[in-house]
Design a protein around this ligand. Structure first.
Ligand code: FES
Length: 187
């Protein structure tokens, strides 16, 4: 099939997805493993790592700025970087400071959250070391990674969805789906 044929098929698939009430990106996600949301058992790799080395706890330093990562299918090495909504922040904190709920999703103090701000979808790529808070540079929302990504201040209407982690053979592995829908929405 030539590329125009594939494009036609893709459009047709999208049309069916939208017809079923799915958003276009969701329809695409269901066809494309690279765009599928991180799922249980996925490994994690640092963004930009061409070698796709799975991350372990030793790769995340306590108190350092978060690492931007992608989930990776352990079966075929597909990195789920096909959607910006799949960007994951990994940060290591003092285990004793984690809320009970957050501790359940953490591995050795390492927690994972979406990198997509719940306000209008900017990337939460700023880190405030003294307060140990995630900071969105667009409108200044701040989130507490020690307490389920809750909004500390700013206009974000809800917490950053968390991605549960677990440890498997010394590697960080996704323990389940995001705790809430990733992306932004009205309050
Ligand atoms: S997009 Fe993050 S605070 Fe507005």
């Amino acid at each position: 099939m030539d590329r125009f044929g594939r494009r036609t098929l893709l459009k047709a698939g999208l049309g069916v997805g939208v017809g079923l009430g799915l958003k276009p990106e969701l329809a695409l996600c269901q066809d494309n493993p690279a765009s599928s949301r991180p799922g249980e058992g996925d490994l994690l790799v640092k963004a930009g790592d061409a070698m796709k080395n799975p991350l372990g706890p030793g790769d995340i330093r306590e108190g350092a700025r978060p690492i931007l990562a992608w989930a990776m299918d352990p079966a075929d090495g597909t990195v789920r970087s096909g959607s910006r909504l799949n960007q994951v922040l990994l940060v290591r904190l003092d285990q004793e400071e984690l809320s009970p709920e957050t501790r359940l999703r953490a591995v050795e103090g390492i927690v994972a959250y979406t990198a997509i701000c719940t306000h209008t979808g900017c990337e939460v790529d700023d880190w405030l070391p003294p307060e140990q808070l995630l900071h969105c540079p667009c409108h200044g929302s701040r989130f507490d990674p020690r307490d389920s990504g809750k909004v500390v201040d700013g206009e974000a209407p809800r917490a950053l969805p968390a991605l549960p982690l677990k440890l498997d053979n010394g590697r960080l592995v996704v323990g389940g789906s995001f705790t809430a829908r990733v992306g932004f929405q009205t309050a």
